[in-house]
Design a protein around this ligand. Sequence first.
Ligand code: 4AZ
Length: 304
Amino acid sequence: MSGVVVAVGLLGCGGAEMDLDQVDAVDRMGQEIVGGVEARPNSHPWIVSIQSYGSHFCGGSLVRVGAREESDIVLTAAHCVYDGLSSATVAAGAHDLSRPASGQTTVRVVRSVYHPSYDPDTTLNDIAILKLEKPIKFNQPVAGSCGDSLGMRPNLSTQLASGFTTTPVCLPAANESVSDGTMMTAAGWGLTREGGYDTSNILMQVGVPKINTAEVANMYRSQGIHIDPYAMLGAGYRQGGKDSCQGDSGGPLVAPGANGRYVLQGITSFGIGCARAGLPGIYTRVSNYIPWINQQIRLYSSSL
Ligand code: 4AZ
């Protein structure tokens, strides 16, 4: 964990008793969301829970490594792996970690590689890849695609029953930028309140708009933290209340791209506290790292 990282949470979780209509799916992320809510199962089919001895500690995202409908590469945050991994596994296709569903797969992590310029003091370049012992098979609706979410294509609801649970997220174009105000969705099993003790068993999500980077830099400058405009992006609300938190690190921050497919614009990285006013969540700006990501995939994937 970085020194500046403090526990944050997806606030105001809905609880497992909510019915599906009240649960925010990724397709509805443009709407007003009060705190975080339980994710509709399978609406983040690229998300994985990274675990040590079976306990969740960070999130990650499955990415496509070539033409095959499987992947052995997960993107996560460098601070998740910087101190080394012990008996690390990833769970894909998961929703309630306390009740593994039939579509859930757990695979061992055989290697982690963090960005060579990752700086644990400034959290700059907070990105890493995990190589899995064996590839996780996709069961997505459209071969060769990425970023398909049930939430955004409700007519795929029959796929839910047939186990549409694992799909790679799309990567942004190199240096692509996200417009200020764009609504994005962060998801994870992290703390549901700042200072909380247990991470969530249930996958939660929260909608957070992108905030202008100069403004984010100003907010964090008063805390002595430098926000690099190429390497980081900030998302959240000036008044606080909705955010990612400790344990969500490494997980996805997605925005719909052209054609409606979900693009991994951010990797949950750090913040001061969780959901505090004037201190939005900071995410690794994935579009700054496309050549590095592609190089790691070529070096480490066995599925190419
Ligand atoms: C953490 O400690 C952490 N609000 C992750 C995300 C945020 C803060 C802390 C952003 O892993």
